[in-house]
Design a protein around this ligand. Structure first.
Ligand SMILES: [Zn+2]
Ligand SMILES: [Zn+2]
Length: 265
């Protein structure tokens, strides 16, 4: 099994040594891992925390890949946080380096941080979730240089709502739009197990969205822990595997040189 969403010390919000991550992944008997450090250009209230020194990152991960070639498959990836006004700059970086894997995420909507609760403050749940999904939906029309969408319903993590879950029927049109676009583009989505670490009792996206993706013809699904610490590598992967199987998936993917490789589950 591969963990396709991991942050190391090249991300401003992680101090994990990439070598220690390899050791932790080996302990968990993983076949491979993808480093997907953060690129979030123009992150509100942070000047440089979500930017990467790409030349260093590239050389470090490629060296690690060579060093670990007999132990574990090390893949070179990136998690690109997209906003409408940073598309061109983000695209340049994605195209400049020989990434194995590109995750596209939305961490900021309307210049407002999801993470610190600013976005959901003073909004009812329906409006906040709808605005988030619509933003993601429109960004897929503008930025297609990605392999999977990151943590598709991550908006559930934020906000003080009593029930953070999504009634998929309320958002069916926009969620279907997103999933259909992804499928038509030949791209995929990830099943991100960090929801379990953030008290959601489910991965992101939730089972209902994964099931819908499969029903619409989606085949490309990656597993990612979104670990920022070595101990979170492959966190609850037994549970995400069960969810993928229950949704009808027989294969899960990892990416090499931007191409999906299917692994039986
Ligand atoms: Zn993310
Ligand atoms: Zn991440």
């Amino acid at each position: 099994m591969y963990d396709s969403h991991i942050h190391s010390f090249f991300s401003g919000d992680s101090e994990s040594d990439a070598y220690e991550i390899c050791k932790a992944a080996l302990d968990k008997n993983l076949k491979g891992i993808a480093f997907t450090d953060h690129l979030d250009i123009d992150y509100p209230n942070y000047d440089e925390i979500f930017l990467i020194n790409f030349d260093k990152y590239h050389d470090y991960i490629k060296n690690l890949k060579y060093q670990q070639r007999n132990n574990i498959d090390v893949l070179y990836g990136i998690e690109v946080g997209i906003q409408p006004h940073v598309l061109e700059e983000s695209l340049k970086i994605v195209k400049k380096y020989d990434f194995d894997f590109v995750i596209m995420s939305t961490h900021i909507v309307s210049y407002t941080d999801l993470h610190n609760g600013d976005f959901t403050k003073n909004k009812n749940k329906f409006d906040a979730y709808m605005q988030y999904f619509k933003e993601f939906d429109s960004l897929i029309d503008l930025f297609t240089e990605f392999d999977v969408l990151g943590h598709l319903d991550m908006i559930r993590r934020y906000g003080d709502y009593v029930d953070k879950n999504i009634d998929i029927e309320q958002f069916k049109d926009v969620i279907d739009n997103i999933l259909r676009k992804v499928i038509n583009l030949g791209k995929g989505i990830e099943l991100n197990s960090s929801g379990y670490r953030y008290g959601l009792n489910s991965p992101m996206p939730s089972f209902e969205i994964i099931k819908r993706y499969k029903e619409l013809g989606g085949e490309i699904l990656t597993f990612g822990s979104d670990a920022h610490f070595p101990e979170h590598i492959a966190y609850n992967f037994n549970m995400v595997e069960e969810i993928a199987k229950s949704a009808g998936f027989k294969y899960v993917c990892h990416f090499e040189a931007r191409k999906p490789v299917f692994d039986k589950i």
